[in-house]
Design a protein around this ligand. Structure first.
Ligand SMILES: C[S@@+](CC[C@H](N)C(=O)[O-])C[C@H]1O[C@@H](n2cnc3c(N)ncnc32)[C@H](O)[C@@H]1O
Length: 240
């Protein structure tokens, strides 16, 4: 594989596909045009954004279970989970992304299985205690501040059932110094372009495992891509 392509390469780890996604720096550009988000994210991730969502559904969605998708965007994960039989609540702060999600819900005849809310993570306090079996957040933590991340995790702990699970998949800062240096070298120019066009930026998550543990969760799986820049994390409530 040519050097430039390595940044988005896939690797097989056992039966699991793990990916590196420097291209996710461009997420904010895509979000500024919700109607093009699905096509754009598919292209930028070489299809792997959907692969991760399908993996979550295949591994953790049980028909009849109650799922919350944080920062659901255009609703791809919510739709896949509902098609498998989950009762999904999904929320996002962006009306434009939600408008696309609503169209997909209606087109899929899933209105009775998916509840969409326009709200930010700050509104998670309104969900009742122990009301979800599974909470997901894909490509969202990298758009949240540190305080928001800790708040989301504390709320996730509160609103999950005792055996509940949380799955977070996102761009992450690599752990090793060398990989961090490489990550920064590739990422910074992309970030500058995105910022110039949207005045917004994403931030690869740092220390997520620690934050998740501090919130009371027990980490069951934390997979990183070869270059360490993509994290797929599964955690359960400590008392599960
Ligand atoms: C890159 S998109 C990911 C969307 C979807 N989860 C996916 O994997 O395709 C990030 C989403 O997080 C949403 N978001 C960002 N900050 C948020 C916040 N504070 N509260 C709720 N949603 C937020 C954005 O509006 C956007 O739809």
């Amino acid at each position: 594989m040519a050097g430039g392509q390595r940044a988005f390469c896939l690797r097989k780890q056992g039966t699991e596909d793990v990916e590196t996604m420097f291209n996710y720096v461009y997420m904010k550009l895509l979000e500024s045009q919700p109607d093009r988000y699905d096509r754009g994210i598919k292209w930028l991730s070489l299809g792997q954004s959907e692969t991760v969502k399908r993996r979550i559904v295949a591994e953790y969605v049980i028909p009849g279970s109650r799922m919350l998708d944080i920062g659901c965007g255009t609703g791809t994960l919510a739709v896949l989970a509902a098609q498998k039989g989950a009762q999904v609540t999904a929320f996002d702060i962006s009306p434009g992304m939600l408008a696309v999600a609503r169209r997909k819900v209606v087109a899929g005849g899933l209105a009775e299985r998916i509840e969409l809310h326009e709200r930010g993570v700050a509104g998670m306090g309104t969900f009742p205690e122990a009301s979800f079996d599974l909470i997901t957040a894909t490509l969202v933590f990298s758009e949240l501040s540190y305080d928001e991340q800790t708040y989301v995790l504390s709320q996730a702990y509160r609103i999950l059932t005792p055996a509940g699970r949380v799955v977070i998949a996102d761009e992450a800062k690599p752990e090793s110094v060398c990989k961090r240096a490489f990550h920064a070298a590739v990422r910074v120019p992309l970030l500058l372009i995105t910022f110039a066009l949207t005045q917004t930026k994403t931030k690869a998550v740092v220390d997520l495992e620690r934050l998740v543990s501090q919130a009371g969760f027990k980490i069951q799986n934390a997979e990183r891509s070869r270059l360490g820049s993509f994290l797929y994390l599964l955690a359960v409530k400590e008392n599960a």
